[in-house]
Design a protein around this ligand. Structure first.
Ligand code: SF4
Length: 359
């Protein structure tokens, strides 16, 4: 397993003639994964909207004017019901997303820990994406039985400054490093089609592929431009860019679960089939991906049938973690708050969207 990939090498792979690239990626894929199995995951927005951050692509940022209806934190019972429904329709993994800048110790985090325990007892892989976490919070999530923590790098460090002003790239890396101190697996990927160039895409893959160990899971999203966000006018990327990105990710991170994530409603079945051939081995099911549209689960099951794909079972890649009940916990609420590391930085495009929303 290589951890010394350079931008130049990655760009060279990305630009390989397509047939050669697909052959190489498919070969690597077959060495490490069953090519006829694709994991179906369900992404659940457990707390929607009202986020204080300014991620330029995100309709959940409070400062932009979008049609998103905000919701308070879901109840544990509601989450359990949704997880059972997801399991019945073929999902082996549930990812719970909360529109928070960072986790704050207190009753809401305790409620999330209870959700983690509940889903883990359903024999499903449970993942959370809750913003920045401290080491102690990561340990508490691990004790609850969390399987994976998602924290996307989004893009390269250079382009990150043009997308988000309310935190820095290093904040992301710090959270990933806190998660790595536990037995929770790391899920981290990004979004293409935000106006970045190939150098930035390669930069993001360098940042991920040079982590040791590499993330167990890497979602590759295509920007879904939402009205009211600073990126509302960006044209969708072509499927060929997605295929190349997936294939390159597969080659530089051979063992990773590569997730074909947002943007699938714009992709044909043929396009998605090429992504699976190029090494994607997970999709998100359900008609919504947090807040953006996603194909209906029945359509996905039809596509699986057509392509002869089988949904992957839970815990194929790693054993199920043990759930430790709250009363037996070794880690207590410490009231920690991660620091804001980029005071004073602004992004004109994000400021304009904020002003527009006030008009
Ligand atoms: S991507 Fe996450 S952190 Fe950024 S604005 Fe949206 S919910 Fe907040």
């Amino acid at each position: 397993m290589r951890h010394d990939w350079t931008r130049e090498e990655i760009m060279e792979i990305y630009n390989t003639p397509l047939m050669e690239l697909l052959y190489r990626a498919a070969t690597v894929h077959r060495e490490h994964h069953d090519p006829n199995t694709v994991q179906v995951s369900t992404l659940l927005s457990i707390k929607t909207g009202g986020c204080p951050e300014d991620c330029g692509y995100c309709p959940q940022a409070a400062r932009y004017h979008t049609d998103i209806e905000g919701n308070d934190l879901m109840t544990v019972q509601h989450v359990k019901a949704q997880a059972l429904r997801a399991k019945a329709s073929g999902s082996s993994r549930v990812c719970m997303g909360a529109a928070w800048r960072n986790v704050k110790d207190g009753p809401e985090f305790d409620q999330v820990l209870e959700m983690v325990r509940t889903i883990n007892k359903l024999d499903m892989e449970v993942c959370c994406t809750l913003g920045m976490v401290t080491e102690n919070q990561a340990k508490r999530l691990a004790e609850a039985g969390l399987y994976a923590y998602n924290h996307n790098l989004d893009t390269s460090e250079d382009y990150y400054k043009d997308v988000i002003s309310t935190r820095a790239y290093q904040d992301r890396l710090d959270t990933i490093s806190n998660v790595r101190k536990t037995n929770v697996t790391v899920c981290s990927g990004g979004i293409i089609g935000m106006g970045e160039n190939l150098d930035d895409r390669a930069g993001m893959l360098v940042a991920l592929a040079t982590l040791d160990p590499q993330p167990e899971s890497v979602p590759i999203n295509a920007l879904v431009a939402v009205e009211g966000t600073p990126m509302e006018d960006i044209e969708p990327i072509s499927i060929w860019e997605m295929i190349r990105m997936v294939a390159t990710t597969r080659i530089v991170m051979p063992k990773t679960q590569v997730r074909l994530s947002a943007g699938r409603t714009e992709m044909s079945r043929e396009g998605q089939a090429m992504c699976f051939f190029a090494g994607a081995n997970s999709i998100f099911a359900g008609d919504k991906l947090l807040t953006t549209p996603n194909p209906d689960v029945n359509e996905d099951m039809e596509m699986f049938k057509l392509l002869g794909l089988t949904p992957q079972k839970a815990f194929v890649k790693k054993a199920q973690p043990e759930t430790v009940e709250a009363e037996d916990s070794a880690y207590q609420d410490m009231g920690e708050k991660p620091k804001w590391t980029r005071p004073g930085h602004t992004i004109e495009r994000n400021q304009l969207a904020k002003m527009k929303s006030k008009e």
